[in-house]
Unconditional design. Structure first.
Length: 409
């Protein structure tokens, strides 16, 4: 096959890129290759409604089953790309096959970081990335009376909320002093700690996991570095993810915290692009490279990459955005703050009742904002972040002052 547009990684980013290529009128061959056997699906429900049993399997897919054939997209599932030869414009497949490309998009995403302790490969130790992982965790919650969750990031917190909804006792283990401390800072991290404490979670911070205990290859608990032992019938590990950038690296592309691209999502090879979790893209508004591990980025960035692959003059400059749902707390976050690099947090609304907006400020400007159980404000928050204007913090904290006022001339 010749001169195809080839996409490696058949998940949200890959599927959206294929869709955009067709929407933009590209009539040539498109080959979408994924090592998973499922057609492209979205991962956020795997730790929320799908895990909770509130969403059907069919609801997670990016497109209906027939969409790929109807749009002339050759979907090759269960197929691993083992190498890229930029000089020959070819990708190599695990089955020995090769596919030539005119343009290549790497949308290979990321994979869970493994816990480097003895016993971490026992049965009953779960990582959550794929739909089969979510199925296994749901089964574990149905039979377990107590689980341990290691790592207080978004996956750990959402899985904890799902376990509590299933009536399972949770001991929550984290090295830092608070959940999400690096991402949110102390002020807002306290809100999430309080939320889980109120739901009966045994939160333990400032500790080191030494070993997963058990017998006969089955996990039975977690031993901490201080010698104490937490019994658990299942252990969920959520200690971060690593970008799947090995293909790019062995192909000789520039790699550093993911595949390094310009604002058009073009890698150091002019015919190879990257998008989604794996892309460390130059962001024109932030004035730096950034790799975003969130759904909205995997939804929107490949659309820009597809247009750039078709020769359109486009730069991806959307403000980073993510969301979470835990118990009765729903929130959206927009912007970007490097860990610890803000001057103060301004709250607007009722933090105790968890109905508020938090703004992270630096140099008098809003770097990021998070609306918690307050809706229809995130577009305005994004516009405020983009504007880079200095704000009056007293007025920002006052819910009586419309947010639009911070955008008015
Ligand atoms: C459980 C869970 C919950 C989440 N919840 C939220 C949320 O609430 N809010 C939010 O903003 N974000 C959330 N995210 C993050 C969001 O889902 C990711 O940012 C998004 O999935 C990234 O999409 P992607 O297409 O870039 O990569 P991925 O989804 O990682 O997909 C990459 C695909 O490429 C395949 N692949 C990799 N290498 C190869 C190869 N060599 N050959 C063939 N195929 C290959 C992989 O198998 C995979 O299918 C969540 C993630 C998870 C796992």
């Amino acid at each position: 096959m010749n001169a195809a547009y080839v996409i490696v990684g058949a998940s949200l980013a890959g599927a959206k890129a294929a869709e955009t290529l067709r929407e933009e009128g590209f009539g040539g061959p498109i080959v979408l290759i994924g090592e998973e056997t499922e057609r492209p699906y979205e991962r956020p429900p795997l730790s929320k409604d799908y895990l909770l049993g509130k969403a059907e399997r069919e609801a997670i897919y990016v497109h209906p089953a027939g969409w790929y054939a109807e749009h002339g997209v050759e979907l090759r599932l269960g197929t691993t790309v083992t190498g890229v030869n930029p000089a020959a414009h070819e990708v190599m497949l695990g089955d020995g096959g090769r596919i030539g490309y005119a343009k290549l998009l790497l949308a290979t995403g990321s994979a869970p970081r493994r816990l480097p302790v003895p016993g971490a490969d026992a049965d009953g130790v779960h990582y959550l990335r794929r739909v089969a992982d979510s199925d296994r965790i749901k089964e574990a919650f149905a039979v377990a009376s107590r689980v341990a969750v290691i790592g207080a990031g978004w996956i750990g917190l959402e899985t904890t909320a799902a376990a509590r909804a299933a009536g399972v006792e949770v001991t929550f283990l984290e090295t830092a002093e608070l959940p999400l401390l690096r991402v949110l800072g102390r002020e807002v991290a306290e809100v999430f700690a309080g939320l889980h404490r109120e739901h009966g979670v045994d939160l333990r911070f400032g500790l080191q996991v030494a070993e997963i205990t058990g017998s006969g290859g089955q996990a039975g608990g977690v031993r901490l570095a201080d010698g104490s032992h937490i019994p658990a019938e299942a252990v969920i590990v959520g200690v971060g993810i690593m970008p799947n950038s090995q293909l790019a690296e062995t192909a000789g592309l520039e790699v550093g915290n993911g595949i390094v691209t310009d604002a058009q999502l073009r890698s150091s090879d002019p015919d190879i692009y990257a998008a989604g979790d794996v892309a460390n893209a130059y962001h024109p508004v932030l004035g730096r490279h950034i790799r975003v591990e969130h759904w909205a980025n995997a939804l929107n960035q490949p659309q820009a990459a597809a247009r750039a692959m078709l020769g359109q003059d486009i730069a991806y400059d959307l403000v980073p955005y993510f969301y979470t749902d835990q118990y009765d707390l729903g929130m959206e976050y927009a912007g970007y703050v490097e860990p610890g690099r803000y001057d103060r947090v301004v709250f607007r609304g009722d933090v105790q009742r968890r109905e508020f907006v938090a703004f992270w400020l630096g140099g008098g400007r809003v770097l990021a904002g998070m609306n918690v159980n307050v809706w229809d404000v995130n577009d305005t928050i994004q516009a405020i972040v983009r504007s880079g204007r200095t704000v009056d913090t007293g007025r920002l904290a006052d819910p009586g002052v419309p947010l639009e006022e911070f955008l008015a001339d």
